[in-house]
Design a protein around this ligand. Sequence first.
Ligand SMILES: C[S@@+](CC[C@H](N)C(=O)[O-])C[C@H]1O[C@@H](n2cnc3c(N)ncnc32)[C@H](O)[C@@H]1O
Length: 255
Amino acid sequence: MCAEQFTEVAPWYDDLMAEVPYQNWVRYVEKLAQLHGLSPKSVLDLACGTGRVSRILAQKGYAVVGVDGSPAMIREAQSKTNGEIPFYCQRMQELSLNQRFDLVICLFDSLNYITEPSELQAAFCRVSEHLNPEGLFIFDVNGEAAYTNNLFTQTSLGRWRKVQYVWQADYNPSTRICEVHMRFIVNENGRKREFFEVHRQRCYTVLEIQNYLQQAGLECLECLDAFTTRPATKASDRIYFVARKILAEHNQSHE
Ligand SMILES: C[S@@+](CC[C@H](N)C(=O)[O-])C[C@H]1O[C@@H](n2cnc3c(N)ncnc32)[C@H](O)[C@@H]1O
């Protein structure tokens, strides 16, 4: 039987991502914010998953809120703190917090999981509503190169870990949908158990994203090859965007 995405894997997610250099990712986001003149105090970690990045940000002194659409991932996030970080289960398209932030981040392919363009537009509008004036939205997406180079066909078999996996990706360039059939093998108290999830992502072009940002009142400032300050190219498998909330007066002066 196949579970829904980000359900059965939730308790194993941090083991699975043990080698991801989240500290460096946070430093990179801080650098991008700084380059654009922002010293944020409040941060919304959108699609926060199990809250790894939220916890790093909180340790650095930011006032962090985490939101994710998966109840199982949010339960994991909540179980790893003493309640000092508020975590909410909401879909980005329907984000509704009674609060605005200096910085909203959305990392690690999370936006690619929105497979309907109109819903991505809705998510950007919700982000815009939750940003303080001049606030920044920093996020990454997978570039088309990640899908065409089949980066999601992966296996960890052969290396000892608490969780092992075999992933088979199937990218359709006409629909721009990538389905990744994931088999996980976990070690539960010395016994092996396997489960399956199918993850669905959509590939968006830079131009599409720039348009959706603009429609949501967000000005796209940069599209970067991930973890650099170089512009993204067709070869970029991960692209970072920096967008700024357009001020209302600025909108009016252009009408
Ligand atoms: C690859 S994980 C990344 C998690 C986290 N940002 C990290 O860096 O580890 C993608 C996350 O996006 C969340 N997600 C996918 N679609 C979502 C949506 N429409 N609204 C909110 N969260 C969503 C999933 O539940 C999952 O936790």
